[in-house]
Design a protein. Structure first.
Length: 243
């Protein structure tokens, strides 16, 4: 199944339509990252997916003709093996679907985890955690030695924490720049659970407990880095984050 899906995604990243390239670059994704992540436009393969459970859920040709033309965002493990994909409708109403391979259960899954990103982390770079793929627009303004990674949502998994513990330099910092909405602030700063009355640690506190230096980043000018980029590009992000 991995080989079938990998081949389909790599093929979908070839010869991208001009309007699609304009869309993803306009939303703030660096061109180098688009290429390295192999972001593309879904082209249903001629052959059926070799996984019966997958075909029952997503169609004979893997997400079928009805998803043809959707944006594909491959998700890679630290070793460069495909662990999943995010499908996004990009030419109309926002809609997102996701598929993950079985070993995504024990791999850290970050949007934007590429060989060059891993190399920067290995050599001591800081990590900026955001939520979605377009929030990685933050990469335009952070130091070139640093890395922006998307967690997918305003949370961090045990596998993602273990990855940061293992690969991050002891002197490096994790900056948590989740969305400036209620959920993002709760996960960044911590909160009191209304049902139990117990304190729930935010992501920076959870990372600090396992020896990873971390802090929450507050910003202004928009709900998330992607929205700020759309409003004013690089200069808007510089102003919002005081960079």
């Amino acid at each position: 199944m991995r080989e079938w899906l990998t081949a389909a995604l790599l093929g979908s990243a070839e010869d991208l339509p001009e309007d699609f390239e304009g869309y993803v670059l306009g939303r703030g994704l660096p061109s180098v990252l688009v290429e390295e992540m192999r972001i593309g436009v879904w082209r249903p393969p001629e052959t059926s997916a070799p996984d019966e459970g997958f075909t029952k859920q997503h169609g004979r040709r893997g997400l079928g003709e009805w998803r043809e033309g959707w944006m594909t965002v491959p998700l890679w493990s630290p070793r460069g093996r495909l662990v999943g994909v995010e499908f996004r409708k990009w030419d109309g109403v926002k809609e997102i679907q996701e598929f993950r391979l079985p070993d995504a259960k024990w791999n850290p899954v970050f949007i934007g985890l590429t060989p060059s990103a891993l190399q920067k982390i290995w050599t001591g770079g800081n990590v900026w955690l955001v939520e979605g793929v377009f929030d990685i627009a933050l990469a335009h303004v952070i130091p070139e030695t640093d890395v922006a990674l998307g967690c997918g949502t305003a949370r961090i998994t045990k596998n993602q924490i273990n990855f940061l513990v293992r690969f991050l330099s002891p002197s490096a910092m994790v900056y948590v720049a989740f969305d400036e909405d209620e959920t993002g602030r709760k996960q960044s700063l911590g909160y009191t659970d209304e049902k139990t009355g117990r304190w729930v640690s935010g992501v920076p506190q959870r990372l600090e407990k396992v020896g990873v230096r971390a802090r929450s980043i507050r910003y202004r000018g928009g709900k998330d880095p992607g929205e700020i980029w759309e409003k004013g590009g690089r200069s808007a992000l510089v102003s919002a984050f005081n960079l």
